[in-house]
Design a protein around this ligand. Structure first.
Ligand SMILES: CC(C)C(=O)/C=C/C(C(=O)O)=C(/O)C(=O)O
Ligand SMILES: [Fe+2]
Length: 303
């Protein structure tokens, strides 16, 4: 089977780029690396060219999710495998890859969300890296999707895309790592029906470097009247300390500090946590109704 390096980037649709660009730069603390006039804004929180891309759209949503492979030949193995299982992978042209500042890239339509999933060798080197400002973001951590047909979707990511389950909250959410990336989850698959949410984006997570980043973020978002929709608290599954807040369109973002890491060989078994409030937060918070409620999946065919 093929091997991943990491969750590379998420592309979001926002309804007003001129409002969201300063928010993601100045409030979230991402570095704006490139914005073509009127076009998408490319942000990073690592040496990559982009870990978040904002597109102007008619409604807020998740446009695309990109995964970086461990080595170039993993992409060939993946392409062959996706062809074999009938997912019709498409290789982007060299011009398309260049426009995205990415090396060789392939795409599929992920069957349970209808989203474009992208897999690539790497991004173009920028020669300079991310300089933290308001928050020392360590990395783009994970993206959580709310889907219908939850058991089938989890099975798909495990068996077809070689993700491993780290933990489940029984019938509600599966936390998955892109093998052999060690972090507890870089993908979460939430059960839309069980959580009484529409299918769509649940949240995008940024892992931060220390506890103070969470504390300072709390002060900062309060000062700017940014809605806090869950936390601060601590998640039982990964052990992370979290703070969830809304972007200007109401999409949910998370900062988290600390996360269990798994060895490649002989990892612990996945647990099934009871679906009760204590499984969501050791500190006893419950999410605001606005939590994970905004962000439509952009169907792959819309380009
Ligand atoms: C709110 C849920 C269901 C929960 O338990 C969250 C856990 C974690 C974690 O353990 O890190 C998340 O980050 C998450 O759901 O995204
Ligand atoms: Fe999360």
């Amino acid at each position: 089977m093929f091997r991943y390096k990491k969750l590379g980037y998420v592309a979001l649709n926002v309804t007003d780029l001129s409002r969201s660009v300063p928010f993601y730069r100045d409030l979230v603390g991402l570095q704006l690396n490139e914005q073509v006039e009127g076009g998408p804004a490319f942000f990073a929180c690592s040496a990559d060219h982009h870990n978040v891309v904002l597109h102007q759209g008619g409604e807020p949503g998740l446009k695309r999710v990109g995964w970086e492979m461990e080595q170039p030949d993993e992409l060939d193995r993946l392409f062959e495998h996706l062809q074999k299982v009938g997912l019709n992978p498409v290789a982007l042209s060299p011009e398309e890859c260049r426009a995205l500042r990415q090396q060789r890239t392939i795409r599929i339509k992920e069957p349970f969300s209808g989203l474009t999933f992208e897999f690539y060798e790497g991004q173009l080197e920028r020669g300079s890296t991310y300089t933290p400002t308001v928050t020392k973001i360590a990395r783009l951590g994970h993206v959580v999707l709310n889907v219908d047909r939850w058991p089938e979707a989890v099975k798909f990511f495990k068996e077809t895309l070689n993700f491993r389950i780290s933990d489940n909250v029984d019938g509600f959410i599966a936390f998955m790592r892109c093998f052999p990336n060690p972090y507890h989850h870089s993908l979460g698959i939430g059960n839309a029906a069980a959580t009484r949410k529409e299918p769509g984006l649940n949240h995008v997570n940024f892992m931060v470097t220390d506890m103070d980043d969470i504390g300072c973020a709390l002060t900062r978002v309060k000062r700017h009247d940014v809605p806090i929709v869950f936390g601060p608290g601590r998640h039982p599954p990964s052990g992370s300390i979290f703070l969830y807040f809304l972007d200007p369109d109401g999409m949910t973002l998370e900062y988290s500090y600390g996360m269990e890491e798994f060895p490649e060989e002989r990892p612990r078994k996945a647990r099934v946590l009871e679906a009760r409030p204590e499984s969501l937060d050791y500190w006893g918070n419950v999410p605001d109704p606005r939590f994970a409620s905004t962000g439509r999946f952009e169907p792959a065919s819309e380009g």
